[in-house]
Design a protein around this ligand. Structure first.
Ligand SMILES: Cc1cc2nc3c(=O)[nH]c(=O)nc-3n(C[C@H](O)[C@H](O)[C@H](O)COP(=O)(O)OP(=O)(O)OC[C@H]3O[C@@H](n4cnc5c(N)ncnc54)[C@H](O)[C@@H]3O)c2cc1C
Length: 479
């Protein structure tokens, strides 16, 4: 390809000829060109954002391949490179930033059929990327382990999609987020070249590819550390005063002797959206949804009493589906009310709601949170997930916003920033806007892309830094 030419620069007729040739060469690998399937497999949950819904409308793959092995992934890569066809990897498509939307069409590489658990030993599991988090948990529990962290979409989300597009989740209050050293042990990655290389990244090098949305390589195997399995009980604690509930949750997070897996806090009226939990959520109360190790229930009860809360619901671990934990079976679990499941439940009741993704500063007085709670009460509801970040219990905000316009949404985001809150722009579809990592890591991801995807065919349009670099090379304006 001429340097600087983007896949989109190819004429439609050239693309169509290239796709025909590609299909002939990839005979035997499962695929679909059925229009409804193409549409379904080209979207994700970016629909939480009215801004992204508008910007990403109509983006669709030309063909979706379902490889079952690394060898098939390599064949697909070779054909795409030969014919200059963009390729966007995809797990279960539960990402909510449009990560897996193929902006320039071409091939979507659905990795959900690569779902072998290769081995488990000594608290480490090596898997193919299409394994679902729930399947990993089930397998780990057979030997007394569990996954360290999982998104609230654990039933459907793949571990490959989680590591490439996710951040952290249930378990992050103990283990931190995926980005923390030691939470991903190794990634095997195939490069997007005429002669694809297979790289095994270990140590801190894994973060060149983790949370990179598949722009600099396709993950074909991964080695994940596990955590010791606990019998998790589920509890709901309610409070009359929101700031009191926030202080309680912070204190619970910092109480290292109380073993926990999730602390998810919801200011009223968010609890009113949790229809199935209604009997345990009194009108007007703020609710903390907790996963606590069963042997920590007694000290939890003491702490709740100290802070003036009331436990309205306790589901012992033994009652949870699967006998030990509800994350391996069917039935209602509080895990599907926290993280972005909060947004999902709220939007089911009121589709005009959207959300803001942010990190509160470490502040024992919770000044920023209190200011936002009081100032924006009319148009925003506070939702916090507590997690451990660089060793400190930190409040991750997933505020629900009554959407009126993009301009007002951005003003609200700015009001957060003015209070020292770090906002991740979940209403932009580029990796750069959402980057939860530092700039040096972004540069490492870019440098790797120059080596692993020299034609810029992988998930094109998602990495601004790449587009800017390309523009510098050719002297043309970036997209
Ligand atoms: C209701 C709801 C709740 C959520 N809760 C959480 C949460 O608690 N925590 C959290 O972090 N996220 C959360 N998310 C976002 C999302 O569900 C998770 O990040 C999930 O792990 C993504 O997995 P997936 O298989 O659906 O990946 P996809 O959405 O299919 O893909 C995610 C990204 O990874 C890339 N990718 C996929 N497979 C590969 C591969 N093999 N190699 C290279 N790149 C690849 C894709 O191109 C895409 O950019 C939530 C989303 C929703 C809708």
């Amino acid at each position: 390809m001429t340097p600087g030419l983007r896949p989109a620069d190819f004429k439609i007729s050239e693309r169509s000829t290239a796709l025909t040739a590609l299909q002939e060469e990839l005979e035997g690998i499962p695929c679909t060109t059925e229009p409804q399937q193409l549409s379904k497999l080209s979207i994700d949950w970016h629909t939480f954002s009215p801004v992204l819904s508008e910007k990403l409308a109509g983006k669709r793959a030309d063909i979706v391949y379902f490889p079952t092995s690394e060898a098939e992934v390599i064949r697909i890569i070779q054909a795409c490179v030969r014919h200059r066809i963009p390729l966007t990897p995809r797990g279960a498509g539960t990402g909510n930033y449009g990560q897996a939307v193929p902006l320039e069409g071409g091939v979507v590489l659905d990795i959900t059929r690569m779902q072998s658990i290769l081995w488990t030993k000594g608290g480490i599991m090596r898997v193919q990327p299409g394994v679902k988090l729930m399947a990993m948990e089930k397998e780990a529990r057979k030997t007394g382990w569990e996954v360290r962290m999982a998104p609230s979409t654990f039933r459907t989300a793949t571990v490959g999609g989680f590591v490439s597009g996710g951040f952290g989740g249930i378990g992050s209050i103990t283990y931190g987020v995926l980005r923390e050293r030691g939470n991903i042990l190794g990634l095997q990655v195939v490069t997007m070249e005429a002669e694809p290389q297979i790289l095994e990244l270990r140590g801190e090098a894994v973060h060149q590819v983790s949370h990179a949305w598949g722009v600099n390589g396709i993950i074909t195997e991964m080695e994940m550390p596990l955590g010791m399995a606990y019998p998790w009980a589920e509890c709901i604690v309610v409070f009359d005063d929101f700031m009191q509930s926030a202080r309680f949750c912070q204190r619970l997070g910092e109480s290292d002797g109380i073993v926990k897996r999730m602390i998810s806090l919801h200011a009223w009226p968010i609890p009113s959206y949790f229809v199935a939990l209604k009997p345990y959520l009194p009108e007007g109360s703020h609710a903390a949804l907790l996963l606590i190790a069963e042997n920590s229930l007694e000290p939890l009860a003491d702490l709740v009493k100290e802070w003036g809360g009331q436990i309205t619901y306790t589901k012992p671990a033994a009652v949870c589906v699967g006998g030990t934990t509800s994350s391996t079976g069917k039935g209602i679990t509080l895990m599907e009310y926290g993280y972005n499941h909060t947004t999902l439940h709220a939007r089911t009741a009121d589709p005009s709601l959207t959300y803001i993704d942010c990190l509160f500063p470490a502040d024992p007085d919770l000044k920023a949170m209190e200011y936002l709670y009081r100032t924006l009460a009319e148009e925003m509801m506070i939702h916090i997930e507590y997690l451990r970040l660089n060793g400190k219990v930190t409040a991750l905000g997933g505020q629900l916003v009554r959407y009126t316009s993009e301009a007002r949404l951005r003003e609200i985001m700015q009001i957060h920033r003015d209070q020292g809150v770090h906002v991740h722009d979940c209403h932009d579809f580029t990796l750069d806007s959402l980057q939860k990592k530092d700039a040096s890591n972004r540069n490492q991801q870019l440098e790797l892309k120059k080596r692993t995807d020299p034609l810029g065919l992988l998930n094109p349009g998602k990495l601004k830094a790449w587009m800017e670099w390309q523009a510098q090379q050719t002297g043309s304006p970036s997209m």
